[in-house]
Write a protein that binds this ligand. Structure first.
Ligand SMILES: Nc1ncnc2c1ncn2[C@@H]1O[C@H](COP(=O)(O)OP(=O)(O)OP(=O)(O)O)[C@@H](O)[C@H]1O
Ligand SMILES: [Mg+2]
Length: 112
């Protein structure tokens, strides 16, 4: 299993969610975060306004998916989140050791 952690532009959430739902991704966690990439201290446009601040609002999406699916999930997510402008975000991928559904002790892929 892999954990896909994506930092995206907040206004892209609906598009990303729809694209992931369309390929059958069920579970995800969303968190409001703030961050910056390599343009630290430089201007970035957010909702049509230019900001000089260091930390901009972003959304973090966390998904745990089976090993056979994760490349498809990344491709779908990045396509939906991309505008081609700076600040589009980033994807980090982690190996996941175990997943457990608390309700019934399902494990591994069955718990996703
Ligand atoms: N190396 C990193 N580690 C952790 N979080 C990061 C890292 N790089 C970017 N992020 C997160 O992703 C968000 C978006 O980054 P961003 O898309 O601006 O990256 P970038 O490297 O500056 O690329 P670009 O040149 O396309 O803007 C940041 O606000 C931050 O929350
Ligand atoms: Mg940037």
């Amino acid at each position: 299993m892999k954990k896909i952690e994506a930092i995206i532009q907040p206004y892209k959430l609906d598009e990303v969610k729809e694209a992931l739902t369309a390929i059958g991704v069920d579970g995800m966690t969303i968190t409001e975060v703030r961050g910056h990439g390599r343009q630290k201290g430089h201007k970035e446009v957010y909702r049509g306004r230019e900001y000089n601040v260091d930390l901009l609002p972003k959304l973090k999406i966390e998904l745990v998916v089976g090993d056979t699916r994760y490349e498809e999930v990344i491709a779908t997510l990045t396509k939906a989140a991309r505008t081609g402008k700076i600040g589009d975000g980033k994807v980090f991928v982690y190996d996941v050791v175990e997943a457990i559904r608390i309700r019934n002790d399902d494990r591994g892929d069955a718990a996703l």
